[in-house]
Design a protein around this ligand. Structure first.
Ligand code: UDP
Length: 238
């Protein structure tokens, strides 16, 4: 058993996670909270044991992606709520991949939720709370220095690869991967997948019943929120 590195100062607190430094400048400890927010923190609440589910599910998904040759920030899970990660210089662009129309895409384009896309679409959003994470063209990221053209090419191809791997894995477990958000960062000049992959950042629908098993249960007050997170973890752990 490898020893747990001591947590040093907390250098970042986000809506769902806290990041702590370690004695190694290349490594950070990520702590997963139960706090839930939606609509850019206009709606707030708690989802009991969400932090435990998101930590464990991210471990499983990052492990799966690593085995397919994808590079991520994940090093290892330390305990129920913490994982050890490589320190990233986060690129302030959120990458969303969609297989089925839902959420902001349905709203923005006046489409009904649930329509299948004939190919996955990759969208980019500028990571900015004061601006409500606006949808951008990739050219904006290049123009304003958030990422280079080469980095965006890498991000797009990694995002589509993540989609392929997760979609197949979840399909075998009776889950439709509707859409998801990824964040990437730089680590010694290399682009790594960062953040988390969990029901907060993905839309998961049960294939048979189309029941939502993700944060939309919290966003839309659908009930059974904790149960949905636990159910998703069971499906992924099987
Ligand atoms: N998403 C996220 N963080 C955000 C915005 C979106 O993790 O700040 C995820 C969301 O859970 C969904 C996907 O990205 O799986 C697409 O979200 P959408 O653009 O539809 O926005 P929403 O309507 O969820 O705010």
């Amino acid at each position: 058993m490898e020893s747990t590195p001591p947590k040093l100062e907390m250098f970042y607190e986000g809506k769902a996670k806290k990041l702590y430094a370690t004695a190694d400048p290349d490594l950070v400890i990520c702590y997963f909270k139960d706090d839930a927010t939606a609509f850019n923190a206009k709606k707030r609440g708690t989802i009991e044991d969400k932090g435990v589910v998101n930590n464990r599910m991210s471990e499983l998904f990052f492990g799966l992606l690593t085995r397919t040759g994808l590079k991520t920030h994940f090093v290892r899970r330390l305990n129920d709520r913490e994982m050890l990660c490589k320190r990233l210089q986060i690129i302030p662009v959120e990458t969303v991949v969609r297989n089925i129309v839902a959420g902001s895409m349905a709203k923005r384009l006046g489409l009904e939720e649930g329509r299948e896309l004939s190919f996955p679409v990759v969208e980019y959003y500028y990571k900015s709370d004061p601006l409500d994470d606006p949808l951008i063209y990739p050219e904006h990221a290049i123009l304003f220095g958030w990422a280079t053209a080469a980095e965006l090419e890498t991000i797009r191809s990694l995002a589509l690869k993540v989609n392929e791997v997760l979609r197949r894995f979840l399909d075998e477990r009776g889950i439709i991967l509707v859409d998801f958000k990824l964040e990437f960062g730089r680590h010694h000049g290399e682009i790594l997948l960062g953040d988390e992959i969990c029901p907060d950042t993905c839309r998961f629908w049960d294939k048979a019943s189309r029941k939502k098993l993700d944060k939309d249960r919290f966003r839309r007050d659908l009930g059974d929120v904790e149960e949905a997170y636990q159910e998703m973890l069971r499906r992924v752990e099987d």
